[in-house]
Design a binder for this molecule. Structure first.
Ligand SMILES: C=CC1=C(C)c2cc3[nH]c(cc4nc(cc5[nH]c(cc1n2)c(C)c5CCC(=O)O)C(CCC(=O)O)=C4C)c(C)c3C=C
Ligand SMILES: [Fe+2]
Ligand SMILES: [Fe+2]
Length: 335
């Protein structure tokens, strides 16, 4: 039966998947980095300090000094495709679309900067997606990453008459698909090195230590990933936390301290990986691959290798398809 002529258009019903990552500046220049940091570091989920205290520090000190330093770091990792984080997330979405087929519509968004999450949700809804899986690509749950992405996805529904149904991707820090993908991918990269590492250092993004006492499961999730992975790896592993920010105490041990201390402990051949990042970015390529290497070699280390994240490689895409299909159960036909 045809709808009456004045009926709003009826769209084909679809299921949407929105892959989300953190966000990145539009260009590696000081102005672009300042705009990006101003949005990122104004998020109360990221900086849990009263606004009256934080705003003068952010605008009076941090946004006057950090953008130049960060822009230099970004310029060292920038590629022809732009920021690695955005380029890799886009490729992950394209490849996931191919794997899931026409029944599902895959798109990607960023929590800060260009390609906002609200636009991603609206675009999928406009295309006929009545059911959407919001998928922040953080294996370990953290309020500063997972929760803030979910917050804005749900806020995007507030003005809609006809809201899509939303599901969110749960943390997958201990999922067999994730651990197996990391294990296979890291062993393959280690076997291709021209030296045998004495240690594999697993470096996770740090967080203020007080967030652990406030009940954020992030630290426990990182430790569990590290334990499950270390039980399978062919070489011994250590765990550390990188990217300390500000004066508060952060999760320990700090990655740079561990790297600097290795040679004195007789460990001079090291590989480093960042299992908490689903895509390589400034934190892995510059902080670990450039500054981490310098720290280690200045302390007497002789062999250093930074291993890639899962990115859009086969192991990573098999894992992503598996965890997304699991969350779409009942919404799409089984593979
Ligand atoms: C207090 C500040 C920060 C918290 C808390 C924080 C948590 C956190 N971040 C990630 C993932 C990424 N962070 C990235 C960059 C980045 N992070 C901070 C600060 C905090 N992060 C800053 C200031 C920056 C910008 C770079 C710099 O100036 O040092 C990125 C990379 C973005 C890119 O464009 O490449 C990622 C990814 C996690 C997982 C996390 C908590 C668990
Ligand atoms: Fe960060
Ligand atoms: Fe813990």
């Amino acid at each position: 039966m045809q709808p009456p002529p004045d009926h709003p258009p009826i769209k084909p019903r679809k299921v949407g998947v929105l892959l989300i990552n953190l966000g990145t500046p539009d260009a590696p220049d000081v102005g672009s980095v300042r705009r990006y940091l101003a949005e990122f570091l104004s998020d109360p989920r990221v900086i849990e300090v009263p606004r009256l205290v934080w705003k003068p520090i952010l605008h009076g000190i941090i946004l006057r000094t950090r953008p130049a330093k960060s822009a230099h770091a970004y310029s060292q990792v920038w590629t022809e495709e732009g920021s690695p984080l955005a380029a890799i997330t886009r490729k992950q979405a394209q490849k996931l679309q191919e794997r899931l087929g026409d029944e599902v519509m895959v798109d990607w968004a960023m929590r800060y900067g260009t390609r906002p999450i609200a636009e991603g949700v609206e675009k999928l809804k406009e295309a006929g997606c009545e059911r959407i899986l919001v998928a922040p690509l953080y294996p370990q749950y953290c309020a500063a990453t997972t929760a803030t992405a979910n917050d804005v996805a749900f806020a995007a529904l507030a003005g809609m008459r006809w809201q899509p149904a939303l599901r969110t991707l749960p943390p997958y820090h201990d999922s067999e698909d994730y651990i197996a993908a990391l294990h296979r991918d890291l062993e393959r990269q280690i076997a291709a090195l021209d030296f045998v590492p004495e240690r594999l250092l697993l470096s996770y993004h740090g967080m203020p230590e007080r967030t652990l006492r406030k009940g954020d499961p992030y630290h426990c999730h990182c430790r569990k990933t590290a334990r499950l992975l270390s039980e399978r790896m062919s070489i011994p592993t250590d765990t550390s936390f990188q990217s300390r920010f500000g004066r508060d105490k952060w999760l320990e041990p700090a990655t740079d301290d561990v790297l600097k201390a290795y040679p004195a402990r007789g460990i001079t051949r090291v590989a480093i990986a960042a299992p908490g990042f689903s895509a390589d970015c400034i934190e892995t390529v510059e902080e670990l691959g450039i500054r981490g290497k310098e720290d280690f070699e200045e302390a007497g280390g002789t062999h250093f290798a930074r291993l890639d994240c899962l990115n859009d490689g086969d192991e990573g895409m098999v894992m992503l398809e598996a965890i997304v299909r699991r969350e779409l159960a009942g919404w799409i036909s089984p593979a």
